[in-house]
Design a protein around this ligand. Structure first.
Ligand code: 0A1
Ligand code: ZN
Length: 849
């Protein structure tokens, strides 16, 4: 166990390690509870370092022997690592330690999943494997020997040699320890091949448990597309003879970019039409791309320290978003990314967990793999690209790769390449990395004598540790439409740098309608009370797909807020505008499906809170229900047509075109279910030959309360498929009526197939509980209590997943005093557990504030 005493690490305290590592040799003698790890590491004094303390990280290790230059060493061992007197010249450190992968339920370091060995070393898991300077700025080449009675023995780099019961691997590229990986087990491979742009042949494999061979083809194609795309768009070629992906059932996150040996949560790589939804396919394609792109942005160029995490993650998310936009529909991808940003990053940035894209302190780095570091980090890069233009961006990236290949870098290094290439001063832009919180942008307009003036005011509310905020650079993309809907000013980028700033447009014949923040050109809250007529106009005429969607979203949100606040009826102008769009066959079905998805209950809660209204989860849920019922009635005649457009007659393909149609079909089905009580959904369920159709039908049957038979049938059909049964667990809670959510979560956690050691299964049940807004926020607090009970139980096994899931409570201050008190009590109960992990201790104390 880690020492739970909170110790805060600061960015400003960074100092280089006193030694360089010239070479690492590791030997693993695998055994479930007594694996021996032998290390032989060549150290040399680091001329750039002042602190010459020889400290090696190490946790939960049994030290068997240690030597320096072949002679017994005399280390002083603590729970965090060891120190040892060493010579003032290059020397060889050797150690033998024993570890127990079988009992490692935290899934960090070397652990076992279904009889197979695998590792997770990011961020600080390597120290649970052997004593080592486990920090990303210490880079070295690794040679690894694995001994064990398993047919498959894998590590990073290229295969070196192998024999009966052993294999050796050598990775020629210097890397930090967090990119180390080892996999051993009774696995089979789904093979592939790729020829790089310079003609090198690369062997590709997806390693799986026997039985999963039929779920690899899509992932393999996604990998090849990613490899080609990175060559074509970023000029990045793969650099080893082999690229291995391994699917693991027990994994805390989505996947991990270990050099040449990516380890994937099986949910993030395995897919087949029968068992996976269109959304699963799209997510898998994006994650495979993300991990592959890390080979350059993360591995060849890595982070100096963990405060720089966004250097690799923001950039790699940005790159995978570009990839998805190229492979699928760019506007649909942008809208989906913004929905995700507002759903996950905005609540984080506007609550007690708010932190800068580059945090300045932490207790447990695992708690900073956040939507802010990843998604806001990617938005910051998107803004930079907008500001410097596509060519400037391309040149800056060329320079970044040329200048920093093989190095462990900082955000300063990153920004410097942009400054050097473009001659811009990015001092103010850098505030995006250091200031937390979501800027709010207010707009005033004026029109006289043909001149239209937009005056923007920016303000970022205080966030934990940051009371005062300075103005940030905001790229604001604006277009102007004249009253008959023609675009009179095409998309123009305004660069706002002041707290208040005006921009003029001349020679306009009449007062235009502005389309602001096109493409969501900056991650801000646009605080604008645009008239309803204007939103309806933009919904009908905006040429920017994002803002057209945004206009509909604003109308829906304002209408729902008025329904909650004043008991108003659904806004007829919104419904009319939406109806016109839905009838427009020229519009992409995926786009129309997005138009039909209104703001989430949580988003409405936040909007009401900001409007000075205490959000009532039951009233919000009721308003959403009324809106959906009204839409169903209003579009009654249109629904069969939409459902028809949503029909795909060709053989199933998880491509953008087909999945867009199915999404529209699902949206239509959900409204039809309100009219026919589930008849159409039952038909779809009975006939479905792919998981997308089967699951959308099941979801509707659950929502309609007509699910008993279908839920049983689904279970019987899929009981042997772990990933499908995760969906089965999750949907029964996620789609349930609010008053049933807690009881269902309780009942399902007692189901024989519930296994709290498996993060996917735990999240299927308790993630779904936390995501069902009205169900989780049940007035009597039963949702809070149930989640707290299980987080307490899970913390003893898996601190990382527990801590992440505590964020379900991050919005507690939005709600009424009664709910606040109940959430606070649940958090305090978690905090008071005697052996609470460092991960969860930090999260709960930050949330409590
Ligand atoms: N670097 C991986 C995600 C990842 C991060 C942390 C982990 O354990 C703490 C595991 C995976 C990625 O961005 O895909
Ligand atoms: Zn990543």
């Amino acid at each position: 166990m880690k020492d739970a005493a909170p110790q805060t690490i600061y960015l400003s305290d960074y100092t280089p390690f006193g030694f360089v590592v010239e070479e690492v040799h590791l030997t693993f003698r695998l055994a479930p509870t007594s694996t021996r790890v032998l290390s032989r590491i060549k150290f040399a004094p680091n001329p750039d370092a002042t602190d010459k303390t020889f400290f090696l990280h190490g946790e939960d290790l049994k030290l068997i022997a240690a030597k320096i230059d072949g002679k017994p060493a005399d280390p002083k061992v603590t729970p965090e690592g060891l120190t040892c007197p060493v010579p003032d010249k290059p020397f060889v450190w050797e150690a033998e330690v024993e570890i127990s992968p079988q009992t490692n339920t935290a899934l960090e370091g070397l652990y076992m999943s279904n009889g197979m060995y695998c590792t997770q070393c990011e961020a600080e898991g390597f120290r649970k494997i052997t004593y080592y300077p486990d920090r990303p700025d210490v880079m070295s080449v690794f040679t690894v020997r694995i001994e064990g009675p398993h047919p498959v023995l894998l590590s990073n780099g290229n295969p070196k040699d192998s024999g009966d019961g052993w294999a050796e691997w050598r990775d020629p590229w210097p890397k930090p320890s967090y990119l180390f990986a080892l996999v051993a087990g009774d696995l089979v491979n789904f093979p592939g091949a790729f020829t790089t742009c310079s003609g090198k042949d690369v062997e590709l494999n997806i390693w799986i448990r026997p039985g999963d061979e039929g779920k690899c083809a899509f992932g393999m194609e996604a990998l090849k597309k990613s490899m080609r795309w990175d060559e074509e768009v970023y000029g990045r070629e793969y650099d080893l003879d082999i690229f291995n992906i391994v699917a693991v059932d027990d994994f805390n996150m989505g996947a991990m970019e270990n050099k040449g040996l990516n380890v994937f949560n099986s949910s993030a790589v395995l897919a087949s039409p029968e068992t996976s939804t269109d959304m699963n396919f799209e997510r898998i394609e994006a994650i495979i791309a993300h991990e592959y792109f890390h080979n350059w942005t993360g591995n060849r160029i890595t982070c100096r320290d963990w405060f720089q995490l966004c250097l690799k993650e923001g950039l790699t998310v940005f790159r995978d978003s570009q990839f998805t936009s190229d492979m699928r529909s760019a506007p649909v991808k942008r809208i989906s990314d913004v929905i995700d940003l507002r759903g996950r990053q905005f609540p984080e940035d506007q609550g007690p967990l708010s932190h800068p894209v580059r945090p300045e302190s932490f207790q447990e780095i695992n708690n900073f793999y956040t939507a802010t570091v990843y998604e806001k980090g990617a938005e910051v890069i998107g803004m930079l690209k907008r500001l410097v233009g596509d060519e400037g961006y391309a040149e800056a990236l060329e320079l970044y790769f040329a200048r920093h290949d093989g190095q462990a870098c900082t955000i300063e290094d990153w920004l410097k390449v942009f400054e050097d290439v473009t001659g811009r001063d990015l001092t103010q832009f850098k505030r995006w990395y250091s200031q937390s919180g979501t800027p709010r942008l207010k707009v005033a307009e004026d029109y006289s004598d043909g001149t239209y003036t937009l005056t923007f005011t920016q303000m970022t509310p205080p966030t934990p540790g940051q009371d005062e905020k300075l103005p940030q650079v905001l790229p604001i993309a604006v277009g102007l439409l004249n009253p008959n809907g023609d675009e009179v000013v095409k998309t123009t980028l305004l660069e706002m740098t002041e707290a208040e700033q005006s921009f003029e447009f001349h020679n306009l014949a009449s007062k235009p309608v502005p389309s602001l923040l096109r493409g969501f050109s900056a991650p801000v809250v646009l605080d604008r009370t645009a008239s309803r007529e204007e939103q309806v106009f933009l919904l009908a005429h905006d040429t920017d797909a994002f803002n057209r969607w945004e206009a509909g979203r604003n109308l829906a949100r304002n209408s729902l807020m008025a329904m909650v606040r004043d008991g108003a009826a659904p806004d007829q102008a919104y419904l009319d505008g939406l109806g016109a769009l839905l009838r427009d066959d020229d519009l992409d079905p995926a786009f129309r499906a997005l138009m039909l998805s209104g703001p989430s209950q949580s988003e409405l809660a936040q909007a009401l809170f900001e409007d000075g209204v205490t959000p009532d989860p039951d009233a919000i849920w009721q308003a959403k229900e009324t809106m959906a019922d009204t839409m169903a009635a209003t579009f009654r005649d249109l629904l069969p047509k939409l459902a028809f457009e949503g029909k795909v007659t060709d053989a199933y393909e998880p491509n953008a075109e087909q999945s867009g149609k199915r999404a529209l079909g699902a949206a239509a089905l959900s409204l039809m279910t309100r009219l026919d009580g589930g008849e159409a959904a039952q038909k779809q369920f009975d006939k479905a030959d792919n998981m997308t159709l089967q699951l959308s039908a099941l979801s509707q049957l659950i929502q309609a309360g007509k699910d008993a038979e279908a839920v049983q049938a689904f279970h019987d059909q899929w009981k042997d498929d772990r990933l499908v049964i995760d969906k089965w667990f999750g949907l029964q809670i996620g789609a349930a009526q609010p008053d049933q959510v807690v009881d269902r979560a309780k009942a399902l956690s007692a189901h024989p197939a519930f296994d709290m050691k498996n993060p996917n299964r735990f999240r299927a049940v308790f993630g779904a509980l936390a995501m069902n807004h009205a169900g989780f926020h049940r007035k009597d607090g039963a949702g809070y209590d149930l989640l707290a009970d299980w987080l307490i139980k899970l913390d003893a096994m898996n601190p990382q997943t527990t801590a992440r899931m505590c964020s379900a409570f991050q919005t507690w201050k939005r709600y009424d005093t009664d709910r606040q008190a109940k959430m606070k009590a649940a958090l305090e109960r978690i905090a008071s557990q005697p052996k609470l992990s460092r991960d969860t201790t930090e999260m709960v104390s930050r949330i409590l504030g």
